[in-house]
Write a protein that binds this ligand. Structure first.
Ligand SMILES: [Zn+2]
Length: 470
């Protein structure tokens, strides 16, 4: 398996630290709003990477954080007159709903920055003790980029160029910096902000330190893959390398993977251009599996252009696959020994094997999902042209199971009726509770009936409503 490593700017053979295991960290979103479709791209891409490793028999330990303390969260909290915690909790829950609809598997661990402050204080102290960090007069702790001689190795930037570039930018409040390219590890609180006690000042962590600490805690000092959007290469991932490698004295991640940008109608997505879409908005128009399928129609490192036409094309493509699987299921239910010539079916099976090899070759070549999807389409074509009423059950099942297995790596649910989401069930239970409160018992019973038709059983207990799938 080959992976393009941003560090070497080359495709490299993947060799895990431990045979059969993959330790993988993906930078998660800052939770101050609904996630937008640009946030969804790394979620979908790296979930597919994980699923392919699992398909190959690896055991994947997948960690992805939520940044739940940040200027944007605090700003939103002030606007709404609530505390920062309320904002981050709300949007973590919303993000998880979107992930579920996108069929992104939950991470092995989803750590929260605010629950890992102790580890951050420890790592910052280590960096100070080792001479890689210093405390300014106001209590801000900075990482000294000059102390880490490999600084710039990921983004392929030269420290001297960086410093002269930064020299133009005088940032108020950062007068204590020794070098313009130094970055914040810990900063003093401002009025009304959440803060934690530390030896340097009451304050909060900088953004970069959280990933270094959470990656170490949940995956160890060395990991196989660190991933995120290409906008994170500099400064975020460059700074993570500096912190982790200076503190631990070891190579941090062996492979750095970055997905390309998502444009909208060939323009950069921005609120000011009015071409900004949240995943939730897209879900009102399309099944989010269409968005997922669209994102995988290009190679993850290529820029991807989002447009209504391309989404329609993805919708049609996805339907073609789902219809083929549905047809195979119907044939399978009716099929027996079959009257088709045995030679024709063994020739068909040989073609299936070739297409599976084609699919795996594409995925082994730096996760080329675009070519992998074409192999699925070829399989669908083969199924449509060779499976019929005369086919043996064995042949039909073989085709169906192969297509399903390959689609599962792409995160495409081939069951036509996707299972109802937990979040939808909970919303209906909530509506039923509301109806009961309003003494609209007819409506409450109607909702209960609907849930029961979907195989959801409710139980009213003293602690509230409990539910389970029948
Ligand atoms: Zn990160």
């Amino acid at each position: 398996m080959k992976i393009f490593n941003t560090l070497s700017r080359q495709k490299e053979e993947f060799v895990p630290l431990e045979p059969g295991k993959v330790k993988m960290y993906v930078c998660g979103p800052t939770v101050y709003n609904f996630i937008h479709i640009g946030n969804a791209r790394p979620m979908i891409v790296f979930d597919t990477v994980r699923r392919y490793f699992e398909y190959k028999g690896y055991e994947v330990n997948f960690v992805s954080n939520f940044t739940d303390v940040d200027d944007k969260i605090i700003k939103k909290a002030i606007e709404e007159g609530v505390d920062a915690d309320t904002i981050s909790k709300r949007y973590i829950a919303e993000c998880k709903k979107d992930m579920e609809m996108l069929n992104v598997k939950p991470a092995t661990t989803h750590p929260l920055a605010t629950e890992e402050i102790c580890g951050m204080l420890d790592m910052i102290q280590t960096l100070i003790d080792k001479g890689n960090a210093y405390v300014a007069e106001d209590g801000t702790v900075y990482f000294s980029t000059a102390s880490f001689k490999e600084y710039g190795k990921l983004s392929h930037k030269n420290l001297d160029d960086l410093q002269s570039g930064f020299r133009e930018l005088k940032v108020t409040g950062e007068e204590g910096k020794r070098d313009p390219s130094d970055f914040v590890l810990w900063k003093p609180k401002k009025e009304g902000e959440p803060y934690w006690e530390s030896d340097w000042c009451q304050g909060r962590p900088g953004w970069h330190i959280e990933c270094s600490v959470m990656s170490k805690k949940y995956l160890g000092e060395q990991i196989d893959i660190h991933a995120g959007g290409e906008d994170l290469i500099f400064p975020h991932h460059e700074n993570e390398i500096a912190q982790s490698e200076a503190a631990n004295g070891k190579t941090f991640a062996r492979y750095w993977m970055h997905n390309g940008f998502l444009n909208i109608d060939n323009k950069k997505m921005s609120k000011s251009l009015g071409n900004f879409f949240t995943v939730r908005e897209i879900s009102e128009k399309y099944d989010l599996q269409v968005l997922r399928f669209f994102m995988l129609s290009a190679h993850y490192r290529s820029p991807l252009n989002f447009s209504a036409d391309l989404m329609e094309a993805s919708k049609n493509g996805l339907e073609r696959i789902l219809n083929a699987v549905e047809r195979l299921k119907e044939l399978e239910a009716k099929a027996g020994a079959g009257s088709a010539p045995a030679e024709a079916e063994s020739a068909g099976k040989a073609q299936v094997k070739e297409l599976v090899e084609k699919y795996e070759a594409a995925m082994d070549d730096d996760f080329n999902t675009a070519d992998a999807v074409s192999a699925i389409f070829e399989l669908v074509k083969l199924a449509n042209s060779t499976a019929n009423e005369e086919s043996s059950k064995e042949y039909v099942s073989y085709l169906k199971e192969t297509i399903e297995k390959l689609c599962d790596v792409m995160g495409i649910i081939t069951e036509k009726k996707a299972e109802i989401l937990d979040s939808e069930i909970e919303a209906m239970i909530e509506a039923r509770q509301q109806a009961r409160k309003e003494k609209n018992f007819a409506l409450a019973d109607e909702i209960r009936g609907k849930l029961s038709d979907m195989g959801i059983l409710l139980e009213d207990t003293r602690e509230g409503v409990k539910w389970k799938r029948a």
